[in-house]
Design a binder for this molecule. Structure first.
Ligand code: ADP
Ligand code: MG
Ligand code: MG
Length: 924
């Protein structure tokens, strides 16, 4: 049997369904599902994504049987509609719509009213008795077809759309300002001029044969899959090129048939705040993209309740029905044709992180979804949006009273941002590359602006609503956005903008501030202040009961903590950092870097003395100065951390990092040490290394200078005993860095245990402690079973392990690594997200080998990866006991650890049902 390439939907029946996004694309799957639910959807059919893939694999040729399948499906649509595609008397008109698996806003273009020509337009007039409508549809068709299929759309940002120019001139000529004011006669002129423009630019006549039009449009949809905008978008969103797009051919319904017709888009909840209210916009006597294009300002959906209560009620009913069915917030499109409502699209709606979290928590409380589902719906990174700064209210008021308030637009993407104005995407990219914070200001954005939007802190547009391109994309990227700020008069040529009714001129490079939660735009650079969650948890200036945002956060994190099996610790080396981390939910310290303490106060002098000393005695004397200081630091940390485990790493970095570099500093140190500057310089030079990253560092220091390890062990154990005396069950874990051979570890372990014994004897108090190691060299991972004979815990230092596994230094990688990621030589920056197939294999092997000799070996990870969601999930799968990350990423790691559990449950379920199916088919 021939492969099924075309899926029909219409009149309550559909060959596909909502779960078939892979094959039908998101739009096609949604249309099929809505049809099946009994929602009124104009009939049509979907050409599968597989055809797109085949088309590209086959030198851009269609599979042989495609035409036949399209004809068959078209016949079904014709039967329902009682009209025939291309028929001169009774023509069926269709739209050709693209739709990939993942929605790609604005990437692919739709052609409406296809099938019109000079003959069929007459039939449309006869049928509707409405020439203005028929010619309006026709001129839109010629324009869209010219733009999308015949490539007349401008590529350069300075070029103008030729059709828009003709349209503007026509409006000027007849002294009207709105498209809707043009009469049928004006529109006939327009159509002729459009066609002439096409002929002039392409040398070809506008195709009059509907079949030719149809296949031209289908080809254009497939073609757009490989256009540059689509490729950029896919790259930014990790969408593989092999997925392909589907094509939907659907019979037309008309929102431009007069004032009892209209079109709109809506979200079933507020996509910016997450609030459970019906949220959207519509326009009467309009078609397709008019609402989002920002040509006329649309009405908020709440007004439809007054304008047409019957339609509103029906629409609101579908809102409830669809939300219940999909158990998620949806983004819907509808058209009203002469008081009859049609649904044209539904898909799970894009939302801010802020909204995602609120909706997920609300839906659990509404019993729409489970807690597990709520967790799996939130990308842990989105928590950042709850933690993101807001403007300080007082500071904002002050700015406003200084007359710096510029205008107010729509609050399309929450958060606060200030930065330098960039008036086009390219400038935004360049300014950001120089390290400037940028606010991209555009009349409206389009897909070619995506790179610039990505480089900006915030986006401000003059036109377009809450569902405009700028708003959609900003919300998805998690950017601050104020859209549709109509008072802005932007002049691209002069590279500046003014504000209606104000004298001020803002030039590119000037600072502005935008508040995406209120829509306010202000001149100048406004300071931001911490989010509500931070105010509750960290600065404690807000009570939990005063903040809804905090309460939502707390519910979610509570559920995550119940689910997750992996612990989350933090990397901290100061008491205040540790306290913050606990507020964020840290359950211990996974990495306390002792050397960070060496820079505080005038300690550095003692450290420098220790380094440049020539004899053991001198070194010991310097270390004696450091001992009480380090002890004090550890006491502070143990006191804050209480009974939570605290992993302290002994000295790790190469010594020259602590030495002075400028002549002045060197002279100062020399006089302090009572030696000559020359001698000190020689000493410093002797410590120079060609490759410090692979040089004299880590446990190698402690092996060469055991007295350093001795001092540190003493400081840790003395501090632990002192704090334990106050009744706290401290849990110190002493960690030896950069071990490659078990013998190095043994030497260091001996020192630690000997000193610990001495201290406990001196103080007359025993405490429990562990001695373990970092696994950050491939040799350590390979010989983990030898090391685990002695080490009581492992902590994978995945920063160094990544460097040493790849054989590259992170400090030098900036020259080529970004290029590697750009060209997809590497899928990700391995310092951001753990390289699961390489470095990850060493982690897995090290864990297995270690536990083969010590069953209960405690294993964690303390590199930057510990707070990156996909790496956290990897750690969970590998059976690690904990991840450790910086304090502000602790909530993200907690949520990621929980969603790893949810994903695991989902995979198990899938495998089970696969297994069952296999069994069942065997029985047959
Ligand atoms: P996008 O993927 O950019 O959302 P769509 O395919 O949804 O593009 O179409 C663009 C606009 O045209 C939408 O407003 C949609 O509702 C409208 N539209 C598409 N097909 C039809 C149709 N058959 N009848 C009426 N309007 C349509
Ligand atoms: Mg759409
Ligand atoms: Mg290291």
């Amino acid at each position: 049997m021939a492969a099924k390439r075309v899926y029909f939907f219409g009149e309550g029946k559909a060959e596909g369904h909502g779960q078939m996004k892979d094959i039908l694309g998101g739009k096609g799957a949604g249309l099929a599902e809505m049809t099946k639910l009994g929602v009124p959807v104009p009939p049509g059919f979907t050409i599968t994504t597989e055809v797109c893939t085949e088309y590209y694999d086959n030198n851009q040729k269609y599979p042989k049987d495609l035409k036949k399948q399209v004809d068959t499906a078209m016949a079904k649509v014709e039967k329902i509609m009682g009209a025939k595609f291309g028929d001169p008397e009774n023509p069926l008109l269709v739209s050709v719509r693209s739709g990939a698996r993942a929605s790609m806003p604005g990437m692919m273009d739709t052609v409406l009213n296809l099938g019109l020509n000079d003959v069929t337009v007459k039939a449309l007039i006869a049928k509707t008795n409405n020439p203005r409508f028929a010619y309006d549809s026709y001129r839109r068709f010629v324009q869209m077809y010219g733009d999308v299929v015949l490539d007349l759309k401008p590529v350069d940002k300075h070029d103008e759309d030729p059709f828009e120019v003709i349209l503007e001139n026509k409006k000027k000529k007849y002294g009207v300002s709105l498209d809707t004011e043009l009469t049928a006669e004006h529109l006939i002129e327009l159509i002729e001029e459009f066609k002439a423009a096409i002929k002039e630019k392409t040398g070809k006549n506008f195709p009059t044969d509907p079949m030719e039009q149809l296949w031209g449009a289908i080809g254009a949809v497939f073609g757009s899959w490989m256009n540059e905008r689509a490729i950029v978008y896919r790259k930014l969103n990790n969408i593989p090129a092999e997925w392909g797009t589907a094509v939907n051919v659907q019979s037309m319904v008309f929102g431009n048939m007069g004032d009892d017709s209209g079109t709109g888009v809506a979200f079933t909840r507020d996509p910016a705040s997450g609030e459970n209210i019906f949220y959207g916009e519509y326009l009467f006597n309009a078609q397709g993209e008019d609402v989002v294009a920002g040509i006329r300002t649309p009405h908020p959906i709440a007004e439809l309740k007054k304008d047409d209560p019957v339609i509103y009620k029906e629409l609101d009913g579908y809102r409830t029905l669809l939300e219940k069915h999909y158990t998620d917030m949806l983004d819907i499109e509808f058209t009203i044709q002469q008081k009859k409502l049609w649904m044209l699209q539904c898909r799970v709606g894009k939302r801010t992180g802020f909204a995602a979290i609120r909706m997920a928590v609300d839906m659990v409380k509404e019993k729409l979804i489970s807690k597990e589902e709520a967790i799996s719906r939130i990308n842990p990174e989105q928590l950042n949006q709850l933690l993101r700064p807001i403007f300080d209210g007082a500071e904002k008021q002050k700015t406003i009273s200084e007359g710096k308030f510029l205008a107010k637009g729509l609050n399309a993407g929450p958060g606060a941002a200030s930065g330098k104005v960039a008036l086009n995407a390219q400038d935004a990219v360049e300014m950001a590359a120089k390290g400037d914070k940028v606010i991209l200001v555009r009349i409206e954005t389009s897909p070619e602006d995506i790179k610039g939007m990505n480089s900006s802190e915030g986006i401000l547009t003059a036109r377009g609503g809450m569902t405009s391109h700028a708003a959609l994309v900003a919300r998805q990227m998690g950017k601050v956005c104020v859209a549709g700020c109509g008072a802005l008069k932007i002049n691209y040529k002069e590279k500046s903008f003014t504000v209606e009714g104000k004298a001020i001129v803002i030039k590119e490079g000037d600072y502005i501030s935008i508040d995406g939660s209120t829509g306010e735009v202000l001149a100048g650079k406004l300071e931001t202040k911490p989010s509500e969650v931070i105010q509750v948890l960290i600065s404690k200036t807000l009570k939990p009961s005063q903040s809804n945002v905090y309460q939502t956060y707390a519910s979610l994190m509570g559920w995550a903590d119940k689910l997750r099996t992996m612990n989350v610790r933090t990397n901290a080396d100061q008491p205040d950092q540790s306290a913050n981390a606990i507020a964020f939910g840290a359950e211990g310290i996974g990495l306390c870097r002792t050397e960070h303490m060496f820079f505080g106060g005038d300690r550095i002098t003692s450290v420098r003395k220790m380094i440049v000393s020539d004899s053991v005695e001198e070194r010991k004397a310097a270390l004696d100065e450091l001992l009480p200081l380090q002890r004090e630091d550890f006491e502070g940390i143990f006191t804050v951390m209480g009974e939570r485990p605290v992993t302290i790493r002994t000295l790790d970095p190469p010594l020259h990092e602590f030495l002075p570099h400028s002549d002045k500093e060197i002279e100062e140190l020399a006089s302090e040490l009572k030696i000559t500057g020359k001698k000190l310089k020689e000493k410093i030079e002797s410590l120079h290394e060609f490759n410090p990253m692979l040089g004299f560092r880590g446990c190698r220091l402690g092996v060469a200078f055991p007295e350093i390890t001795e001092m540190q062990a003493r400081a840790i154990i003395e501090a632990a005993v002192n704090v334990a005396r106050k009744g706290v069950k401290v849990k110190p874990e002493i960690m030896i860095p950069l071990v490659s051979h078990v013998n190095e570890f043994k030497l260091q372990e001996d020192i630690v245990r000997r000193v610990a014994k001495e201290v406990m004897k001196e103080k007359g108090k025993k405490i429990k402690y562990l001695v373990g190691t970092m696994i950050e060299l491939p040799r350590a991972a390979i010989t983990a079973n030898e090391i685990a004979e002695h080490a009581e815990f492992f902590s994978f230092g995945t920063n160094d392990l990544t460097q040493t596994t790849f054989g590259l230094s992170r400090d030098d990688a900036g020259k080529f690594l970004p290029e590697y990621v750009n060209r997809e030589i590497l899928p990700n920056d391995p310092f951001e997200s753990i390289d699961q197939n390489g470095v990850g294999q060493l982690v897995e092997m090290g864990t297995k080998r270690g536990r083969s000799v010590r069953k209960n070996l405690k294993v964690g990870i303390c590199g930057e990866h510990g707070g990156e969601p996909s790496s956290v999930e990897f750690c969970h799968r590998t059976g690690l006991n904990y991840v450790s990350c910086s304090p502000f990423r602790v909530p993200i790691a907690r949520l990621a650890a929980a969603s790893a559990v949810v994903n695991e449950m989902k995979t198990k379920k899938k495998n089970k049902s696969k297994h069952k199916k296999k069994k069942a088919s065997k029985k047959k």
